[in-house]
Each structure stands twice: as structure tokens, then as C-alpha cells.
Write a protein that binds this ligand. Sequence first.
Ligand code: PLP
Length: 394
Amino acid sequence: MIYADNAATTKMSEAAIEMMVKAARESWGNPSSLYAHGQKAKEALEKAREDVASVIGASPREIYFTSGGSEADNQAILSAAAAGRKKGKMHIVSTAFEHHAVLHTLEKLGREGFEITLLDVHEDGLVVPSEAEAAIREDTCLVTVMYANNEIGTIQPIREIGEICRKKGVLFHVDAVQAVGHIPVRVEEDCIDMLSASAHKFHGPKGVGFLYARKGVRLTNLVEGGAQERGKRAGTENLPGILSMAVALKESAARMDEAAAHLVPVRDRLIQGLSEIPHSALNGDPVRRLPGNVNFCFEGIEGEALLLLLDDRGISASSGSACTSGSLDPSHVLLAIGRVHDVAHGSLRLSIGEEITEEEAAYIVRSVKEVVAYLRGFSPVWRDLTAGKRAFIL
Ligand SMILES: *Cc1c(COP(=O)(O)O)cnc(C)c1O
């Protein structure tokens, strides 16, 4: 069995699992309680906050624990929008290939009177900083751009965009869920005002993440109640989840270079091997992408069928984000980089993890080649393409 869907979720590390059990056993007090049990839990909580903060170069007071990446995205965007509305600034700049946690929040704001400009992400899956600069207006209250895309893995020029936002005095939020723990992320150097991250994307548990908000950035609450998280996120803290996340993040950050050194050559061999399939194309820039991400389109096939047959061969992969697979709409990310519907339907995302071996990568290439050829063998679209009744796009 080969797990090649780490962009959807990752397996928890042993240390993270152990910490979860240990926290449940030892740090079960309520951090808000003043007696010793509570204070012990509180200490552990604050230690986790320091650990998380240090990985991204933040101060512990700038970290707010959340239920995951989606909540952090929602809170960041809605906070900036609330501040913007007060000043009559109701314009937001983002991109067409954000995660739905961002896009659907922006759509909601659009219905509430905000104007949203979605930047083009071009064929290489990258935003152009000068285009972000040109899109910023007097009434822009927020620019939100993801660090690395969850489907095609492209890494955005975050620092350049951050510098532009800082210069123009506009808040900059970054959905860094796919980046944190995988590539270096430093909030100061990157001029990031708010950042979202999620534990289950870096070998931590599900249902826990964090929002970084630079000192001075005003947050509004999604959850009202007690004074937890400096009054910005009510609810008794998910201590086992938070402590386990901190362990997973420290571990991922410490192993990052080593992991990339292993993953990049394997990734490139996968790209090389799959490129040999006729009428195929890599999605996104070949170099400016996450160490573990490979995303291809194959003309004349359905991605869903490809996935099922790969599953039969013991390979777990995806055709897009976990949220859209199961629906028959092509991926909004692939459409955003200019793939037409027919081609976008025949997509495959392999997001490999550190445990992958050369032999497994070779097996994946062999399997995809065979399955694509097999599916094309009875595809009416492929028959029309090869008969010249329809023009090849790839
Ligand atoms: C997974 C993911 C999210 C959502 O995170 P959850 O913790 O699952 O809510 C948001 N943005 C990106 C880019 C993601 O990959």
C-alpha cells in the first residue's frame, strides 16, 4: 500500500500520538482553573504556544489556537473585513485558486457588499506580485494569498507580495496550511500579518490548528464565550490536540531539509516518468512547487476512474482536493490555471511523503502508465481524438 495523498491529510507521527495520550493522561486539567491541576495544564499550553511561535518566527502572544485551517482562514478574513467595513474599505484581493475555506468566506463577504478581486494565477500556477500591487486600491482592506497550493503545490512569491502590502498599508493574510512544516515560513521576513496552519497537514492530529495574528492586528471572534485565547477564541482548549500539534510541528520543522532532500529527486523522477505518457501535462511550475507534490492531466480519461484503478493496485492518490473529489465538477484550481473542462477532468494528484522509496515511485509510474493506456482503450473521447475527429489539447 502506498499513501500518496499527504495534501489531503498526513499520518500522525509516533511522537505526536504519544503526546496526545500523555496529555490526555497528565494534562487533563482545565487551563482556566487556578488550582494546581489547571495550572499544570496552563503551563503545558503556553509551552506549546512558544514552540509553535518559534517555528514561524512569531511571538507566543501572536498565536491563537483554533480547530484547524478552515477556522483560522475564516477568522482571519472575517476579522480584516470587519475592520475594513468600519473604515469604509470594502475591497479584498485574493486569487482564483485558494482553498474553499478562503473562497467561500470571500463569496459570503461578496454577498454582504464587499468587492472581491481574484488575481490570475497564470498557466504556471503562480501569482505575479506586480499584478497584486496593481489590484490594491484605496479601499482595499485585505490581500489574502495562499503560501502553497493544495492541489498543484505551487509556491507563491509571498515575500514580494508581503512587501507590497506592507508598503501600501494593507493587511496580508496567508493560508499557509500546505507550507508550514514543509518549507521554511517566517512571518517577519515574509511581511505576513495573519497566517493559517493546520496540524493534520504536518503529521499532527485533525481538528486543531492555529492562527498567527501580528501584534496590533484586531481579531473578531467566531466563537463567543469565555476568555480563552486572549478573548479571541472561546471554548476550553483542546489540550491533547494542541500539545500534540506542537510536537509534530517541531519535528517537521527539524526534519524539513532532510525530508526535502529525499522528496525532491523522487518527485522529479515521478514528473519525468509521467511526462512520458503521450498527451499528458504537468500542472504548475516544475520547480517552484512543494517537495512532495506531483499533479498531472491526461487527455481522454476520467480522473475518478484512474483513481479507482490505482486504488486496486494499492496506491492512494487524489484527483483534486478532498473536498471536491466526490463531486463531478472539475477542480477550480485546474480551471484557474487555464485547463479546459475536458482536460481538467483527467487529473491526478500525487502528494508523496517522506517514507516513499525509489521502488515505490517506479511502481507508481508503471501503474499510472498502464492504467491510463487501459482507460484510453475504451474511452470514446480518446477514440475521437486519435481518429482526428477532435483536436488534441495537450
Ligand atoms: C487542508 C487545508 C485547509 C483546511 O484545513 P483544515 O484543518 O482541514 O480545516 C485550508 N487550506 C489549505 C490550503 C488546506 O490544504
